[in-house]
Design a protein around this ligand. Structure first.
Ligand code: EPS
Length: 376
């Protein structure tokens, strides 16, 4: 079984839709969990007015019966409340940093509205709902995924160490999903200042997957490398301009003796482990049993309420970029989206390794593999 998915929907269209295929038969779907993930995506300090209008909820249209999957494609619908695509006026001043200009040139368009409707990050609601299904599947195998913000604008969280324990509670208290509550307050202030200036802010978030067994992905072919699949998925989130795995760019400045993670063996648990995790849980394109850690840099939102210079695409005269309703900062939401896309890619590698048309078959394959690992 191979997982694949597609999304459809415009920002102000009737609804967002996704179809995911390859989820095994017999998986109980907790729709409450899907809606909680959707709510998480809508929140975060710096979000705009649209999030006060919408109440994202997933409706499962196919692929389930009596709350369990059937092994058939699952279609998910999220209705838009702000649904007025036909009434919205034309836009002719492209925003630097947005898909606007490249989009109108590519699609031979004269109205930027026809570009931005699909380019909008509203589409990521579909990916979060789809990812929640992958997350439910992975949860059956003890895999958990979380994200946290490590920087917003110039404000960095100090002493952020990679550890899973106790993150959840802290994130619920932090308006920007940052584990360092002092930095979280400073980040909120930075967002307020940017908003007052008519500006926007980007930042850095980190996403961690824990409980992933050794052996997902492969070095045998370029497109089977797990790190490549995860980086591509995170890079596909609108606004993401850089992705690193483990110590990433820092590893380039250190000698090998300080980068590579020494190997240990726990005789009691009959398990290999590492003293450090600079590799971010992936070596040779294969998960190595440590936490998988990715970090991504997100640029500031392209819509500025104090707009930059642009050119009218019809008259070619200098003008100011269009001003649309927009968010000031979406880094916390991007972390939630990254959790979802990571869940999908890990579930994809997981189903490739353990196969199975049903959840019990997948569990038998998984348990047999884990048992054999312990015998080595
Ligand atoms: C978004 C909805 C959009 C934007 C945002 C993401 O709503 P509207 O454009 O109607 O205000 O707030 O889109 C972007 C950041 C973007 O670059 O397009 C959402 O649901 O997340």
């Amino acid at each position: 079984m191979h997982i694949r998915y597609l999304t459809a929907g415009e920002s102000h269209g009737k609804a967002l839709v996704s179809i995911i295929e390859g989820i095994p038969n017999g998986l109980r779907l907790d729709t409450g969990l899907i809606d909680r993930e959707l709510k998480k995506r809508m929140k975060g300090y710096g979000r705009g007015k649209r999030m006060l209008i919408e109440n994202d909820k997933a409706e499962i249209l196919s692929g389930t019966r009596k709350g369990k999957t059937l092994g058939s494609p699952i279609a998910i619908l999220i209705k838009n409340k702000d649904y007025r695509i036909e009434a919205l006026s034309a836009i002719t001043s492209p925003r630097p940093g947005h898909a606007d200009l490249a989009g109108v040139l590519k699609f031979e368009e004269t109205d930027i509205r026809n570009i931005l409707e699909r380019a909008s990050a509203r589409e990521t609601a579909s990916r979060v709902a789809t990812g929640a299904i992958a997350r439910i599947l992975l949860g059956n195998f003890g895999i958990e995924i979380l994200s946290h913000v490590t920087a917003i604008g110039g404000v960095k969280a100090e002493g952020e160490k990679l550890s899973f324990k106790g993150i959840k509670g802290t994130l619920e208290k932090s308006p920007v999903r940052c584990r360092d509550l002092r930095a979280s307050r400073l980040m909120c202030r930075e967002i307020d200042k940017a908003k007052a200036r008519g500006d926007t802010l980007g930042g850095v978030f980190e996403v961690v997957a824990c409980g992933v067994p050794v052996g997902l992905g492969s070095y045998t072919q370029w497109d089977k490398r797990l790190d490549a699949a995860l980086a591509r998925a995170v890079m596909s989130i609108p606004g993401v301009k850089g992705v690193e795995v483990g110590s990433g760019f820092c590893a380039a400045c250190e000698p090998g003796s300080r980068v590579h993670d020494e190997i240990l063996f726990n005789g009691k648990l009959k398990k290999f482990s590492r003293r450090t995790n600079n590799a971010g849980g992936i070596e040779g394109g294969i998960s190595n049993g440590e936490n998988i850690v990715l970090r991504a840099a997100m640029k500031p939102i392209a819509t500025l309420s104090k707009p930059l210079a642009s050119v009218n695409i019809k008259s070619k005269k200098t003008t100011k970029a269009a001003v649309e309703r927009a968010d000031v900062c979406v880094v916390p939401s991007a972390g939630v989206i990254a959790e979802a896309v990571l869940a999908i890619e890990i579930a994809c590698a997981f189903t490739e390794k353990f196969g199975g048309d049903s959840l019990p078959e997948m569990k038998r394959n998984y348990e047999g593999y884990i048992k054999r690992l312990r015998k080595r």
